[in-house]
Design a binder for this molecule. Sequence first.
Ligand code: ATP
Ligand code: MG
Length: 487
Amino acid sequence: MILRSLRSQLLVWLLAPLAVVAALDAWVAHHGGVTTATLVHERLLLGSARTIAEQIGYSEGKFVISIPPAAIEMLDTGNQDHVYYRIDDPDGHLLAGYADLALPPRSIESEAWSGFDATMRGQPIRVVAFAQPVSGEAAGRPVSIEVGQTLAGRNILAREIWRHSVREQFMMLLLVGGLLVLGLRGGLKPLIALRDRMQRRTPFSLDAIDVGSVPSELQPMVAAFNDYASRLTRHARQHSRFIADASHQLRTPLAVLNIEIAFALRQDDPAIIQEVLRAIRGSVQSNIRLINQLLSFTEAEADFAPPSRREPITLCPVVCTVIEELASLAQAKSIDLGFEATDPSVRVMAGEHLIHMLASNLIDNALRYTQREGVVTVKVDTAPDGGVLLQVIDNGPGIPERERERVFERFYRVRGSDCDGCGLGLSIVREVANTCDARIELQGTSDQGGLTVSVHFPAGEDVLRVVDLRSPTELSAPYPRTGAAAT
Ligand SMILES: Nc1ncnc2c1ncn2[C@@H]1O[C@H](COP(=O)(O)OP(=O)(O)OP(=O)(O)O)[C@@H](O)[C@H]1O
Ligand SMILES: [Mg+2]
C-alpha cells in the first residue's frame, strides 16, 4: 500500500520503530515476569523449609521430626500444585519425605539455602534446599530440608506479571500515537496552509508565492516554483507576442494579394492580367517564404534537439549540402561562393536539421544582401579553445554596428534593404545557436564593408574528430567556387 499522505507516512515512520521497541520490551517483560515469579516462589518454598526445620529436634541420639501442616498449606496456590519434601540427616540418610526428590546439585553450607529446577514424577518442579543445624546434636552438623513444588502457580503468576506490563505498554503506545497525531497536525499546519493556498489559486494563475511566509524547509521548493512560474509567464508572453507579430506579418501580404486578385478580376486586357498574375505569384512566393521561416523559427525555438537528443554531427557535409542548394542563387547573381575547411572531420553537438537551418539562413543572407559579382566564403575551422568555428564571410554592404544586436530580433529588418525578406532568419540562427550552446558574433569583413558572421560551437568531450566518408581532399580543398568571380 502506498501512503500518499505525508501525515500518515510520518505517523507510520514514527510508530513503526515504537512498535518494534514495544515488542522487544514485551519479550523482556516476559523474561522479567518469570524471574520475579520464580523469586516469589522460592521465598515461599524457603519459608516452608524453615517452618519444617524449626520443628526438627534431637533427642536420645535421634532426630525427632514433625511436619507442621502450616508448612505445606502456605504453599497452596489453589492451582492444584503438588508439594514434595525431603529431610536428610547430616550423613545424607533420608529421615522423612520423598526419597525420589532430587538432591541439590552442590552441597549447601550450614544455614544457607539454594534453589534449583528438577523433575518429579514427570513434572517440572522448583526445589529449595535448606541446611539447618539441630540443637542437641553434639557435632552441630546440619540436616538438609528440601521442599519442592510443581510450577502451575508460578507460571500463572509470571503470566499475570507479563500481561500487566504488556497492557501498560499498549496503553502507552496508544497514548503516544494520539499525541503524535496531534503533534503532526500542528507541525504540518504550514504545509497544509500552503496546499490550501495553491488550491485556492485560479487555474491559470502564475503569481509568485511569498517565500517568507512558508517554513524554511519549504522555501527552496517555493522559490523553485516561483522561478518556474516566472519563466513560464515570460515564455507565454513571448509566445503571444510572436503569434500577434506573425499574424500581423501575414495579414499585410494577404491583403495585398486580395487587392491584386480583385484588380485582376476587373481587367479584360490579357496583357494586364498576365502582369497582375506575375505580381500575385511574387506575393505568394514571399508568403510561402514567410510561412517557412515561421515554421523554422517555432521549430528552433521549441528546442527540437534537447541535450539528451543532441548527437555529434560532422559539420562539413551539412554545410556543403546547403551550399549546393543555394548555388543557383549565387550563380543568378554571379557571386563567387566558396567553401574552406582546415579540418573536414570536425563535429559539433547538435541536431542535423538545426545546423542545416542555421547555415542555410546565414549563407542565404550573404547571397541576398551581397551585390552582384560579390564574394561569399564559408569557412569551417577549429577554434583556439578546441571548439569549432563556422564563418560566413561576404563583401556586401554589411550591417552598421548599431544595428548588429537588433537584427537578431524577430521581424526586424535594416532600413533601406531592397531585398525581400521577413526578418526572421537571424532570429532562427540565434535560437539554433542557443540550443547548441554556440556563440554568434557579427563583424565587418574589412574597412570597406562586408559582413562576417562567426558561430562558435563549444568544445565537448563527445565532439570527436572522425574520418568523414568523403575523401579528405574533397572536403579540405576549397569547395569549387561558383559564379562569375570564380571563373
Ligand atoms: N550578410 C548580410 N549583409 C548585409 N545585411 C544583412 C546580412 N544578413 C542580414 N542582414 C540584415 O539583417 C536583417 C535581418 O536579417 P534576417 O535574416 O533576420 O531577415 P531577412 O533576411 O530580412 O528575412 P528572412 O527571414 O527572409 O531571412 C536583414 O533585413 C538585412 O538587412
Ligand atoms: Mg535572411
